[in-house]
Write a new protein. Sequence first.
Length: 398
Amino acid sequence: MMKLYIAKASTGANGSYKQVVVSNAVDKIEQPRWVCIKMLEIVYVTYVTTLIHILVSNPYAMKKYLFILFAFLVALNSFGQVKRPLPVIDMHLHAIGADDQGPPPVKVGAPFAYFGYAEPKVNYGETFIGALKTGAWNTVSISSPLTDDELKQQTLAVLKERNIYGVLSGDMTKVRQWKATLPDRIINAVYWDFGILKHDKLDVDSLTKLFKSGEFKVFGEVAIQYEGISAADPAMEPYFKMAEDLDIPVGIHLGTGPPGVSLLTKSRARLGSALILEDVLVKHPKLRIYAMHAGWPMIDDMIAMLYAYPQLYVDLGVINYILPQKEFDFYLQRLVNAGFGKRVMYGSDQMVWPGAIKIGIDRIEGASYLTKGQKRDILFNNATRFLELNAKQIAAMQ
C-alpha cells in the first residue's frame, strides 16, 4: 500500500498512524453494443409478427420462414453475447474504509504530472494533502468514493467486469466482508506491521493459527518500511520462518511511497532497496516472496536481486498508474528486457481508487514493447505459478 499521507490516528493506544489515500468511481460501461442489440430485438419482434400473419394465410410457407427465423435467432444470440475478458490476478488489493484515509473525496494522480515540491518552512503534510484535495500535481485525477459501501461495491464491480481475481489485504473485518460478498474472486491476505502486532496481537502464534485454518492464504502486505524497519531486522526473522515453514507467500512493501514519504512517515529511501531482502532469502531459500511496487525506483538493485535469487518475484502495484507513462514504460521494459518477464506480476494497490485497477491493466495491455505472451504472463500466468494454483483452480478462472 502506498500511504499517501500520514496523520495521527484518533484511536489506538499504540499511537498508530492512518494514511490518506484516494479512489475512483467505476466507469460506466459503454452502451453501443446494448443499443445495437435492442435494435435487433425490435427487428426480431417485427419479423415474428409478420411471420405469424404469413403462416396464418399460407401454411405451406412455414418451412421456409421458420428456417430464416432460426438463422436470425442464432445471429442475434451470437451478437448479444459479450465475450468474457481473459482472467487477471491482482496481487495487491486492499479493503480499507473510505474515510480511514481522511475525509473523502480526495484526488490522486493517474498519473501525476510531477511530484511536487516543499517549502522547508511550511508543514509538508499540509502541502501534500492540499495537493491531493485540489489535484494540482496531477495529469489526470481520480477521486475517492464517499462511503465504505461505495468503495466496496465499486471495487468488486471492477473485479467482475474485468474478470479479476484479487489478493486482498487491509482491515481484517473488511477483508472477510468483501470475501463473503464475492467469495470466488477474493484471496484473503493479512496486512501487517509492528503497530498491528501491538494493537491486534497478530504475533507468530496467532498468525500460524490463522494460516493453518486456510482462511487466509498470503502474508502481506508487510508494511514495515513505513515504520523505518528493514526486512533484515532480527525482529522479522520469526515471521519469515513461519511463512517458510507453512509455505505461505509473503508480499513486502518495497520502494515507493507518497512523494516526500520520509517527511510523512519513518520510512527512509535506503529501505526501499531490494538488497535488504538478501539476508532473508539466504536464510529462507524456500520462502515465496514478492517485492511490491517492484522496488521502484531502484531498478539496478531490483534486477541484481532477481538475477541472484530466482525465487523472488515482483508486483507492479501503484507504479502502473501514478508514474508518468514514460517512466513506467522504462521501468517495466527494463525488467522484461533484463530477462525477468516470468517473475513480474500485476498488482493494482488500488487502496480507495477502484478505477485505478483498470488504468493499470490498460497500461500493460497497451504496452507496444510487450508481446501478447508477455502481457498474459504479467497479468495472469506468473501469479498462478507463484501462488501455486492447481489446474482445476486455473481452469475455473478462464
